[in-house]
Design a protein around this ligand. Structure first.
Ligand code: NAP
Length: 201
């Protein structure tokens, strides 16, 4: 994944990955960097970001909580994306319904959904370059449910609705400076995702 691709299909593009320090987000960071993109990885923990920057030289990093209201402005100030991937999410609290407090049940709403909402709102109000693509990473659970993970499946389904609403709200201004918001399921591998993205750009 770390080897530079010969074609470098994302050369000249700016890619921002929210939740880029591990898991799927880290794979997207590695895949887009290998395709020649200028990549900014965002996460809360500085140490894992420092480790990432050492592992993949050239990748820029920013430590912040992406669920904070001011996060999108800080991120866009550091790098204005052509592709923004909102991949960060909380680990759902796994327990039967009767054992879930509201705080545990709603965990993914206050992280995954909140980050998707804040970044979609910012994408619609801060003028991003024409053709900017925003990807919200959802889950197969959004379609099939996930009985032991509380509000997780509903939160991931809401990310799909959010992408649809944001897409519609950006439509009248698509010709000038507004972004395209899409939702991606976890079933798609990071590499396949990049293949499709590179073809679409
Ligand atoms: N793994 C799966 O099997 C699976 C299946 C279906 C869908 N998904 C979805 O795919 C996405 C990625 O999952 P994953 O398993 O790769 O996650 P992961 O390994 O837990 O990584 C989460 C990433 O997001 C960052 N993060 C979390 N909360 C954040 C916040 N408030 N602000 C900034 N960064 C934050 C984490 O770093 P810090 O903790 O340092 O902030 C980390 O870089 C999630 O949306 C998840 O719902 C995953």
């Amino acid at each position: 994944m770390n080897e530079l691709s010969k074609a470098q299909r994302l050369r000249g593009k700016n890619v921002v990955v929210i939740g880029g320090s591990r898991g799927l987000g880290k794979s997207i960071v590695a895949a887009t960097h290998a395709e020649g993109a200028r990549v900014l990885a965002v996460a809360r923990r500085e140490q894992s970001l420092r480790q990432l920057a050492a592992e993949i030289p050239g990748v820029r990093v920013l430590a912040l909580d992406a669920a904070d209201e001011g996060a999108p402005a800080q991120v866009f100030e550091m790098l204005l994306p052509d592709i923004l991937v909102v991949c960060a999410g909380a680990l759902p609290h796994m327990a039967p319904l009767v054992e879930q407090s509201w705080e545990q049940f709603s965990r993914n709403w206050n992280s995954d959904v909140k980050m998707s909402l804040l970044f979609s709102q910012a994408a619609l109000t801060i003028p991003l370059p024409a053709g900017t693509t925003i990807m919200l990473i959802s889950s197969g659970a959004a379609l099939g449910g996930s009985s032991l993970s509380g509000g997780y499946a509903g939160a991931k389904r809401t990310q799909m609705f959010l992408a649809d609403y944001a897409q519609k709200e950006s439509a009248p201004r698509e010709e000038d400076e507004h972004p395209c918001v899409v939702v991606w399921h976890m079933r798609t591998s990071a590499l396949l995702m990049m293949e499709r993205l590179a073809t679409a750009l």
